[in-house]
Design a protein around this ligand. Structure first.
Ligand code: GTP
Ligand code: MG
Length: 137
């Protein structure tokens, strides 16, 4: 698809890495269609990651994702979803390829700096979770 959704996660924002990550995103050819700084409540984080509700790490993930501000963005590019997943690298930074956002900035499999939608369908759902029509170009 031509659009994906991303969040700069609380660890990367708190570390002051947002500017470097946004610069990498733009240099990789992704165009910013919407952007906001916000903080998820535990309830919102739980809803966003509801697909992981039965996983053993769900409660930790919800606590982490609501622990501080995040930057949410809708991005556009040809083949956006797959290309962005490649660009950010593996979930576990120990397995992430050289030069990826997670290799450069992630601290652990949980505090892994950035989110990327895993399908066109989820990109649309996640974008609509954060942004109204007025908030996107
Ligand atoms: P997202 O782009 O954030 O969705 O990451 P992903 O698609 O690479 O991974 P996945 O959707 O499987 O997991 C969602 C998030 O849960 C991850 O990005 C991590 O922040 C966290 N997570 C995944 N696996 C583990 C785990 O084994 N332990 C812990 N503590 N957190 C995990
Ligand atoms: Mg995922």
């Amino acid at each position: 698809g031509t659009k994906t959704f991303t969040m700069i996660k609380p660890d990367a924002f708190a570390d002051g890495n947002s500017g470097a990550i946004i610069k990498m995103i733009e240099e990789a050819g992704f165009k910013i269609e919407a952007m906001k700084l916000t903080r998820l409540s535990a309830e919102s984080a739980g809803a966003f990651y509801a697909v992981h509700k039965e996983r053993p790490f769900y409660n930790d993930l919800v606590a982490y994702m609501s622990s501080g501000p995040i930057i949410a963005m809708i991005l556009s590019k040809e083949n956006a979803v797959a290309d962005f997943r490649t660009f950010i690298g593996a979930t576990n930074p120990a397995e992430a390829a050289e030069g990826t956002v997670r290799k450069l900035f992630a601290k652990s499999i949980e505090a892994n700096a950035i989110h990327g939608s895993d399908s066109d369908e989820n990109a649309a759902i996640e974008g609509a979770f954060f942004f109204s029509q007025l908030e996107r170009v």
